[in-house]
Structure formats: C-alpha cells, structure tokens
Design a protein around this ligand. Structure first.
Ligand SMILES: [Zn+2]
Length: 333
C-alpha cells in the first residue's frame, strides 16, 4: 500500500461517522458511470461499476445525511434562493451509457431521486465506441488467450510476451493515440462496428429524450471524451462547443459542462471563456476539493468498490488532512 493510502486509511479511522455534521462542504456531488448486475465488456476493465443493489444502498446511505436536489434546486441553492433542510446532494452520471437508462433510471424513479447525465454526443448513434471502451473490450478479448498476435506487442513496444504488461500498456493508450486501439483490434480480430451494433453501449437520441421527459438532466461532457489538459485552448473550446451544440439542438441542459477524465491542468483562460456567456457551472471529479474557479464544482467518484458512506468518510478525512497543509483547494493560473 502506498504511503498516501496508509495515511488516508488511518485518518479515516478517526473520522466522525456522522457525515451530516462532519461533511466539510454544504453540497455533495457523487459521480457514477453505470449500474449493472452483468459483465459489461466495454466497461469492466475501466470502471468498477456497482450492482443495482449496491447502488440502491449507496442512495439509502446518502439519503440519511443529505437531501437530494434537482438541477434547478441546485442552481437556486447556489443563487441563495433555495433553503434546504439538510446539506444537499446532486446525483450525477457521466458518459451517457445505456446502463443509466435501463438500470439506474428505474431505481431513481422509484426513489424519487433526480440525476443529471453528462454525455459525449458523438456516440449517441452507437456507431463507435469511446476509446476507453475499446481498450476495455480488447482486454476482455485477450484475457487468458494463448496466441496473442506478436505484432500487437511490437506495435506497443513491449519486449517479451507478458499479458500483464500488454494490458497495462493498452489501458494507458491516450486519446491522441487511439488509432493504436483500432490497429490492435484488427490484429486480434475484434470487430468494434459489430460490437456497438449489437451491444448499443450508449443511450440513443430517443432514450436521451425519454429520460429528459421523465425529469432527468442531460448535459455536456465534451464531444468525444478527450483529456482537456492535452488540448490547446482553441481545441478545448471547439470540443466543448461541438458537444454544446447537440445539447442546444435537442433542448437539453446548456448551462453546464463536466470535464471528461479530469479538469487537472486546465487553465483559467478556458473557464473565463465559458463563463463569459450565460453559463452556470463546470464540474470536475477530484473528490471533496475547493477550486479557485468557484463555479467549478468538484465531484466525488463513487465507483471504487466501497460503500457511499465509506467513500464519503474517507474523502472527508482526506479533505481535513489537506486543509491542515492548505492543499484542499485547486488554484488555477
Ligand atoms: Zn467520462
């Protein structure tokens, strides 16, 4: 275990379990991707998604400490015109996956809990898999295979034929080099076109409209899920804008944006451009953290194999530790 984890674990032991009191911010924004009881090849190697019953327990735990709010209540709260009875929680999902439609929405409707899903509009036609999904499918298909094509190792500059080294390398392929994933798939005889046609990983337009009609939010997660810090400012705006256009055309939410992967390393100039117009907020996924861009809200990743209560307790302990050394806020140049 690395030192950081040891320290967090120790600090968590002394953390008060009454999260209603001890949670350090007046809002809590959990983020999920999917909920499923079955193996999903394009997710299982990149997201530790929860089973339906574990997702439900998360919601029940969160309800004990927080009051779930809708998008407009969340906005009103930040405008100072909504007075909640407890600290508030806004439930969010990323990537517009069909597991949201089929597995999460029925639970949320039953419990009367609102959620917003940040989507990459490029994929709603199910013509293509997002590159991280491709990596997961490849890992799934090559797992335990005796005869992995030697060209794949060459392509990735791996000496030897270790399956573990190969998997690690595949998972690290960045957005800019996603062509490599297509080349590996060809060599491994994986047909991504066939895969998306049969699996339909993403909510299509009709499903997006349906969840929106049922009161849920659909918002922008960038056109095709690049890592924003690796893009120039111009490309960041272009990628944001292309996603925003789709949301506008379909009457979804246009006042917000959640960064694909992370907002780490994204400079103030990007936020300045967004907030020039009538725009409410952006969201990152750095856990409980403050941000010098005050309308960039940090969310708490929940897909880590732990219960919601355990995650929030740990996050709170970590936040308090960082506070002691003034590291609980992100400063942007
Ligand atoms: Zn994402």
């Amino acid at each position: 275990m690395v030192l950081k984890e040891k320290i967090i674990r120790l600090a968590t032991k002394f953390q008060d379990s009454d999260l209603e009191k001890s949670f350090p911010l007046d809002y809590c924004i959990p983020v999920y991707h999917a909920v499923s009881d079955v193996d999903v090849a394009h997710l299982k190697h990149i997201v530790q998604y929860k089973k339906v019953k574990d997702f439900e327990s998360d919601l029940d735990e969160l309800c004990r400490f927080f009051q779930f709010v809708t998008w407009s209540e969340f906005k009103d709260f930040h405008a100072g015109v909504f007075q909640p009875k407890k600290k508030i929680a806004l439930l969010t999902f990323d990537d517009g996956l069909s597991e949201f439609y089929f597995n999460a929405v029925p639970v949320l409707l039953r419990k009367g809990i609102y959620a917003v899903n940040f989507i990459n509009p490029k994929f709603n036609k199910n013509n293509e898999l997002m590159f991280r999904g491709k990596a997961s499918v490849i890992l799934d298909m090559i797992s335990g295979k005796k005869n992995i094509h030697p060209e794949i190792f060459k392509l990735l500059d791996i000496s030897g034929i270790s399956e573990k080294a190969l998997k690690q390398k595949i998972l690290k392929i960045p957005f800019e080099k996603q062509n490599l994933l297509d080349q590996i798939a060809d060599l491994a005889e994986i047909d991504f076109e066939e895969y998306v046609k049969t699996q339909k990983p993403y909510m299509n337009l009709e499903q997006l409209r349906s969840v929106s009609r049922q009161g849920f939010g659909i918002s922008n997660h960038g056109w095709d899920h690049p890592l924003y810090k690796d893009l120039t400012l111009e490309k960041q705006i272009e990628n944001f804008q292309k996603g925003a256009q789709f949301l506008k055309e379909n009457d979804f939410l246009t006042d917000s944006f959640a960064f694909p992967f992370t907002d780490f390393g994204v400079e103030k100039s990007f936020f300045d451009q967004l907030f020039q117009r009538d725009f409410f907020c952006t969201m990152g996924s750095a856990g409980i953290k403050l941000d010098s861009v005050t309308k960039n809200f940090q969310r708490i990743p929940m897909e880590n194999g732990k219960s919601a209560q355990q995650t929030l307790k740990q996050e709170t302990a970590y936040f308090n530790l960082k506070k002691m050394i003034n590291r609980n806020q992100i400063y942007r140049r």
